[in-house]
Write a protein that binds this ligand. Structure first.
Ligand code: AMP
Ligand code: MN
Ligand code: MN
Ligand code: MN
Length: 283
């Protein structure tokens, strides 16, 4: 099964509209797809309608920003009811404050001589409630401050750098309550990306499972082959379902394209097996 259950559209920090992401997924052979915009489900209906019209099965999705012991962790929610009021309110609350954060980021950048970055970043924003570091990164590349987005993050947008503003996102328990209250399954996104000690990572997995979390991304565009091997063992150790997703943000920007990922190792239980009754099929 070519399942791609993690990617972004212009409704968050991707560059393509939901319909375009759907068409690209289909062209790349994706059979089961979920659009997982950051803290936002405003693109779900467009994504689902296009997927079904193209003959591709669909799961609702989102990627919620969570603060856990001071570190930002991303939790993917899959297969929820996109009309659930508590989920919608929780995501709206999580989005709130991004604009103020972006203004503070621009102040920090202005102090090192980079003027006008708020207005610059806004030019790349598709959703006014969802201005993200990615939009600043695109602006700083476009204006020649850096050669590519990873250089922008390294020099300007990560902890301790001039454009970094610490932010309080959702709590782990709230994010899981919103996803699960709407009938979905919660998945820890790209676990290898976080800078946790072994003890802290164990705390994350233990608390996540304690709050009802059931899945972990094993094969993702954000993982190396070695990371996938490591988190195969972690999934088995904690008894978690495994997910697979490219984390595609746009052509030429993401190194992993939609659907172009290794298979999940056969020893794992795919998260979509547990979501059979939540999958929307064509026709
Ligand atoms: P934000 O939610 O505003 O903090 O932005 C987080 C987004 O920035 C992530 O979802 C990625 O799309 C992007 N991002 C984070 N770190 C990097 C990096 N090192 N290089 C490129 N993009 C990154
Ligand atoms: Mn992103
Ligand atoms: Mn993420
Ligand atoms: Mn993502």
């Amino acid at each position: 099964m070519n399942a791609d259950l993690h990617c972004h559209s212009a409704v968050s920090d991707g560059t393509l509209e939901p319909e375009e992401v759907a068409r690209r997924a289909k062209a790349n052979g994706v059979e089961l797809w979920a659009l997982t915009d950051h803290d936002e489900i405003g693109g779900q209906q467009r994504a689902r309608d296009t997927a079904l019209a193209l003959g591709m099965s669909y799961l609702t999705g989102t990627e919620i920003s969570v603060s856990f012991i001071g570190i930002t962790v991303h939790i993917v929610g899959l297969g929820f009811d996109a009309d659930d009021e508590a989920l919608k309110a929780g995501l709206a609350a999580t989005r709130g404050g991004r604009r103020e954060r972006a203004l503070e980021m621009a102040d920090g950048l202005a102090k090192v001589g980079i003027k006008g970055s708020f207005e610059g970043a806004l030019q790349y924003v598709g959703n006014p409630e969802l201005i993200s570091r990615t939009h600043f990164a695109r602006h700083l590349v476009e204006t020649g401050v850096c050669a590519d987005t990873s250089e922008v993050f390294r020099k300007y947008l990560t902890e301790g750098k001039p454009g970094f503003v610490p932010h309080r996102w959702a709590t782990l328990s709230d994010a899981l309550a919103w996803i699960q209250g709407a009938g979905g399954i919660a998945v820890i996104a790209h676990p290898a990306r976080y800078r946790f000690t072994a003890t802290e990572e164990h705390a994350l997995f233990t608390e996540f499972i304690g709050h009802g979390g059931r899945g972990v991304e094993v094969v993702t565009g954000s993982h190396s082959a070695a990371d996938a091997v490591r988190y195969t063992d972690v999934a088995l150790e904690y008894g978690l379902l495994a997910s697979r997703g490219s984390d595609f943000h746009g052509p030429g920007e993401s190194h992993t394209d939609l659907g172009q990922l290794p298979e999940l190792p056969g020893r794992l239980s795919p998260v979509w097996d547990a979501l059979q009754d939540r999958i929307q099929h064509p026709q």
